[in-house]
Design a protein around this ligand. Structure first.
Ligand code: PMV
Length: 337
């Protein structure tokens, strides 16, 4: 039995603009997906996933990836979750040169689904790592990140950046610009996450931004301005001491940039009433800055606050169903058992 876990992430800066080749800085957080893999003697794949839909599900199918029997789960939820697991199985089989390998797979996750925290990337990264290790063919981190990206790319019809999968594989903060991905040194950033219980439709939101940029020059400039905010943020992180607790001045400057980034995302039409309410509740509670994280439309916001105030304020904010502190996960994917 092989168990691997991989972290979710928040975007400190740069979602959406990253789709247009601007840099982005996602940061891994200590909320993980765990995938247990046991090789089988036949070519069947059996998947047990208690946390990937409302009631969880168990699916077993023969060697043909993607051909699932009906189970008692809303079809769209099953297809969404199984799409990622199938893609991870295909990548692991391909990487290990074992096209008929069968597995018993159990997925557990404490990352809210589809809410901008990289839940699918964490499942795919942990799944490919566990399955290739179980077959005796562990992958180097960059190859693992690349295969996880290709899995997401396939499931999302080409609408995927490398940000989530690279960040989940490597842990810590990373810088992504097109195909160029590098870990970056950061201080301990005191993230607080607010979750509205919903999820945005990433494909529709990305398409909406594209329409705006095609219609209006100023929307295109807004995307470039997000890139400028990211570069400014990177300079601040570079000048700070890695691994140390950040001083108030650094937090204030990063927070200002997060606020600016949220405003620009809002201008591009990807915020939501619930996200704005949580962003303002965090700012009113004294957070240094707050912004939506991920595709938007619903889901999560991220704030910077070393005190308990923001978490408490968010937990009393109408529309916020969960608020939690999210430590930077310095470790990316790892073997648990
Ligand atoms: O909601 P998430 O975590 O999948 O983030 C989407 C980020 C986008 O920039 C909007 C799209 C992408 O693939 O980078």
């Amino acid at each position: 039995m092989t168990v691997c876990s991989a972290p979710g992430k928040v975007y400190l800066f740069g979602e959406h603009a990253v789709v247009y080749g601007q840099p982005a800085v996602p940061c891994a957080i200590e909320r993980r997906a765990r995938v247990t893999v046991e090789p089988r003697s036949d070519d069947h794949v059996r998947v047990e996933a208690e946390d990937l839909s409302l009631d969880g599900f168990t699916v077993e199918y023969d060697g043909t990836v993607g051909d699932h029997p009906d189970v008692d789960v809303e079809r769209s939820l099953l297809d969404a979750a199984m799409g990622y697991i199938d893609a991870a199985v295909s990548q692991a089989r391909d990487a290990a040169g074992a096209p008929n390998a069968g597995f018993d797979i159990t997925v557990e996750s404490d990352i809210p689904l589809g809410a901008g925290l990289g839940s699918s990337a964490a499942v795919v990264v942990a799944g490919i790592d566990a399955a290739t290790r179980a077959l005796g063919e562990p992958l180097a981190p960059r190859e693992l990140a690349d295969r996880a990206y290709r899995a997401e790319f396939d499931v999302q019809d080409g609408q995927a950046s490398r940000a989530d999968t690279f960040c989940s594989t490597m842990g810590g903060a990373v810088r992504v610009e097109g195909d160029d991905c590098e870990p970056i040194e950061t201080p301990n950033l005191p993230f607080v996450v607010g979750f509205d219980g919903g999820a945005g439709d990433t494909g529709a939101l990305v398409a909406g931004v594209r329409e705006l940029t095609e219609e209006y020059g100023f929307a295109d400039e807004t995307v470039r301005s997000i890139g400028d905010v990211v570069r400014e943020g990177e300079d601040l992180l570079e000048a700070a001491t890695s691994g140390a607790d950040p001083d108030a001045e650094l937090l204030a400057e990063l927070g200002d940039l997060m606020n600016f980034n949220h405003g620009l995302l809002s201008a591009l039409g990807v915020s939501a009433r619930s996200l704005d309410a949580m962003v303002w509740a965090a700012r009113d509670a004294g957070a240094h800055g707050a912004k939506l994280t991920g595709a938007g439309g619903g889901g999560c916001i991220v704030a910077l606050d070393p005190t308990p105030e923001t978490e408490t304020a968010l937990s009393f904010t109408q529309g916020c169903v969960d608020a939690f502190r999210a430590e930077l996960a310095t470790e990316g994917v790892r073997v648990e058992v």
